[in-house]
Design a protein around this ligand. Structure first.
Ligand code: SAM
Length: 410
């Protein structure tokens, strides 16, 4: 691959490309890089590269002409060296956000040219005339495009065969599969009273892999829910296995109904504590929930209480005549252990075994629950109904109930 950088600071770019991993790869001929001085292509005596903006305003704007002539020279050099027409990328703060997917895509070009702006930017006409695309490396403004071009060059070149010692090096890293990387540790085993997670010292590769995968998912879910959602959409998760000590029991007795109401109440309150008014939360007491479950049970709902080692920690409701599933709640301290997935799968099977299609409704402001339903084969039907009975805190979204239906192949 050949990379050309069009810039007012070619030495800066060259020295970066001559350093460390890229420097070694460049010396070994694993890529070819050329940094071009825009100033060398000016057509005025003073070698001036910029001028005041038409229409007024602060700062200076880079002339179109020297950049265009520099790009024509790059095109000619590439052709002479037997490369195809270069793919030209302008680095601009207003460009499309650059991601690892772009890095992978850009590796497909044998010849890549990166153009750096400076001052207030570049005369738009040269961008229109030459740019195949405009990329931004983030939602912030730099003084020049060099750091951005080098970020793009670095992330593309490290994917070139041979640049990194092991291909696995990049295939396991953050963003490769839409997930952030798991935490890494090296010697010593204990540093300033902080020990390396014991699983990494077991030598059991299967266990280590599964710990890393879980860390990776948990980090992504916490730090980048947007990425996690995308990942979860393309990686439907197998239902976790029921562990010894876990059970789901039909709620039959009053005592069980009280336990179910306690779980429902605790999880419900936590889920809404930052969304609803204190008065509304206080009005929905445990007794109110117990009465609601008793009433619905009399109307044909079956409630199943999940216990771990005899301790109630989750609940689900199934209405077999209509196929509806509801009241899927897991105690806050028991969340993240797959109990919600198992209980949803359990409830879903009760309905599909009757030959019915399971469905459920979820409030629009619970994206975590929606992710779980999607992962478990439920898809939004597009039906939504507004709820006016949930008094929300000012500034929180108005409640809307979204309907999902079980359609595992969709
Ligand atoms: N006036 C421009 C604007 O508001 O969009 C910002 C110009 S900036 C000060 C100067 C140059 O830095 C730009 O022409 C561009 O090449 C580069 N630059 C600044 N921020 C960037 C970003 N987030 N991504 C890519 N390039 C950036």
């Amino acid at each position: 691959m050949r990379i050309d950088i069009v810039t007012l600071f070619p030495d800066l770019c060259d020295s970066f490309l001559d350093t460390s991993i890229l420097g070694r790869a460049r010396k070994r001929g694993l890529f070819d890089a050329h940094c071009h001085q825009i100033r060398d292509y000016t057509a005025n005596k003073q070698r001036q590269t910029d001028d005041y903006p038409y229409g007024g305003g602060p700062g200076m704007v880079l002339y179109a002409q020297p950049i265009a002539d520099c790009l024509r020279a790059v095109q000619a050099q590439c052709a002479q060296a037997g490369y195809p027409e270069p793919h030209i990328v302008f680095l601009t703060a207003a460009g499309r956000p650059y991601t690892e997917a772009d890095a992978k895509r850009l590796t497909r070009y044998d010849c890549l040219t990166l153009v750096c702006g400076h001052y207030e930017g570049i005369d738009e006409r040269v961008i229109e005339a030459f740019a195949d695309e405009e990329l931004s490396i983030g939602d912030y403004v730099l003084t020049g495009g060099e750091l951005a071009a080098l970020a793009v060059a670095d992330s593309v070149l490290r994917l070139q065969p041979g640049v990194l010692a092991e291909q696995q090096g990049y295939e396991e890293e953050s963003y490769w599969d839409d997930l952030l990387e798991y935490p890494q540790y090296t010697r010593p085993e204990v540093w300033e009273d902080r020990a390396v997670p014991p699983v990494l010292l077991t030598g059991d590769h299967e266990k280590i892999e599964s710990w890393r995968a879980e860390q990776s998912r948990a980090r992504t879910r916490a730090r980048r829910p947007d990425l996690y959602e995308r990942w979860a959409g393309t990686h439907p998760r197998a239902v976790p296995k029921w562990k010894r000590g876990e059970k789901a029991q039909l709620v039959r007795t009053d005592a069980q109904l009280e336990q179910a109401a306690a779980v429902y109440h605790a999880a419900w309150q936590r889920q809404r504590q930052d969304l609803c008014t204190p008065a509304y939360l206080a009005a929905n007491s445990r007794q109110v929930f117990a009465a609601e479950l008793a009433r619905d049970r009399a109307a044909g709902w079956a409630f199943y209480l999940h216990t771990t080692d005899g301790m109630p920690d989750a609940l689900v409701g199934v209405h077999r005549p209509s196929g509806e599933i509801s009241r899927l709640y897991v105690l806050p301290e028991m969340q993240g252990r797959g109990i919600g997935s198992k209980l949803l799968d359990f409830a879903r099977k009760k309905i599909t075994s009757d030959g019915k299609t399971p469905w459920l409704e979820v409030l629009s402001f619970f994206p975590g629950a929606q992710r779980l339903y999607r992962r478990m084969g439920f898809v939004p039907t597009g039906d939504a109904r507004a709820l006016d009975s949930t008094p929300n805190l000012p500034g929180t979204p108005a409640p809307v109930l979204l309907r999902f239906r079980y359609a595992p192949q969709a």
